[in-house]
Design a protein around this ligand. Sequence first.
Ligand code: MSP
Length: 657
Amino acid sequence: MSEKRTFLITTPIYYVNDVPHVGHAYTTIAADTLARARRLAGHDVFFLTGTDEHGQNIERIARERGIPEQQHCDEIAATFRRLWERLDVRYDRFIRTTEEVHRRGVLELWARLRKAKTPDGRDAVYQGTYSGWYCPRCEAFKDEEDLGSDHVCPDHELPCEWTEEQNFFFRLSAYEEWLRDLIATDRLFIRPESRKNEILGVIRQGLKDFSVSRARVKWGIPVPEEPDHVLYVWIDALSNYITALGFADHGESYRQYWEGADERLHLIGKDIIRFHCLYWPAVLHAAGLPVPTREFAQGFITKEGRKLSKTTGNVIDPVALAERLGPDAARYFLLREAPYGADWDFTDAAFVGRYNADLANDLGNLVSRALTMATKYCDAKVPPRPDPPSGPDRGLEQQLQDDAPVAWPYESGLRNRVLGRYEEIDFAGALAEVWAWISQLNQRIVQVEPWRLAREPGRRAELEAFLYRLLEAVRLVAALVSPVMPGSANRILDMLGLSARDPGPDDLDWGRLEPGASLGSVTPLFPRVEKKKETTVSDTPPPSPKEETDTRVDIADFARLELRAAKITAAEKIEGSKKLIKMQVDLGSETRQVVAGIAQTHGPEDLVGKTVVLVANLKPARLMGVESNGMVLAGSVGGNAVLCVFEDEVAPGTKVK
Ligand code: MSP
């Protein structure tokens, strides 16, 4: 066993602009898996995630919703937490940048920066005028050469704003040499390698100072010297990695998991590498603080070849993903389908295909065959431990740990190869190693034919030795996949008659099942599903196999529906249809066209002026060739539509919940 090390693992903190999407789930599941894998290897881990709650976007969205910023942040942060619970993500700390302890930490960092000197002796922070193209969605000034002809932000496809401000600046240009050296020597270990080269390329082109305060934003942490300004949202956000640990008070977690950590690892997306690999280390270094040691940029998920975007309706809903086949299937698929650093395309067919092939067939069958045979032939008890291992079945152990039961040369043995892959943040590789073993184990069952041995009383010892080894192998498979599928690992332990727990390094030793101990009852782990062509995770999910009879939705599902008060400003019947009426409705911030099947009960002239309830985030649909952007709610009484209206006057756009 290698010696115990201390690790900090973080995800980006996610903007609370909107409910979580699959990209957020992807990074958070990866971080959770890595944290669990390192605990399995015996290390001391702190796993941090949270939400990024300040800035112009949040200010705008809360205003549009007609609620205070803090209330908006509270609601969305709660949605993130619920999703993490649903996905079995177990973090040590969920930081929110609206917490007081964060504000104090940021101000402490700011105070240090105000006093800091660059390597060539100048002030690290100075005052100046900034002018440039600012994308309010990125919360960043954009380089002119990165923008389209009409100054459209390539990431958000929205026009940038020309902005001039008196700001504080951070003298990033003075840290070029230091950053190049830090990154080129891998003291800051950036992976995939292509991202490291990308960052070195950015440094080669010359680094520009960046502004660290904002004049036009109110929702943020005020700059003490200039209370009309707030600190730039990226300085505010990046600081979370230390403020969450108690930087403001030099707390114990800060000392242990930042200052004293063997590794400070940020998992990020490829979209935010400049902030994390250039700004953040330079700021920390200027403030005299330890810098991150490793950063890994995950790839981006697309769906059917297209960028995920709410505007085009091309989304993968992480809640639906978890509900569809259970959280472990979602975790497994996201981490198995592609190398973690690569871009890849999500398809529903691949999701269901992998579920059936890898989980229902390979793993599910192995577990159910091993347990069913032990129940039947060994009276639901662990058979005697074969000692010493001999004969061809000894291969099962050799696969896992090489010859020697105590020494673990790093290069040999499945156990070390799997832990090594996790350590390299190669989740697909770790799972592929385990699956190769699962498939050998399944083949071995077919070769040995235990059901034949069971019919020959003289071969009882052979049968028991094989089944002991098989049950041990199942136990070890559970431990090795537990970082990715913690719930399923616990269900396997349960079937083996062991109590549910997070496996640690001792659980990776061969031969821990106690002969004579009772096994639990065998239940199907991953029932097969048929692929339903018309259903995808971006549409309504079918009931999960475990909860076929429970049709209730939880509050997070309900919160995904955007119901708003809509005032009808124009209405006309659709030619050729008896039922359909086309309407223009006012939603406060926009006018929409919607089509409703209410013509048999309502004339267009009755409708204008009425305020109705609209499902505002429904995907657009065409009815008789006319586009409808939302659905008007109505009761159906004897086949007649009775509109849902309000008992009092409400402003168009008001949220209904
Ligand atoms: N708040 C900032 C981060 C501050 S960290 C100090 C932010 N938030 S975000 O909500 O936009 O989340 C960005 C992260 O989500 C990406 O870096 C990436 O990890 C993840 N993803 C967003 N879309 C994604 C895909 N389509 N595919 C994979 N991951 C993506 O930026």
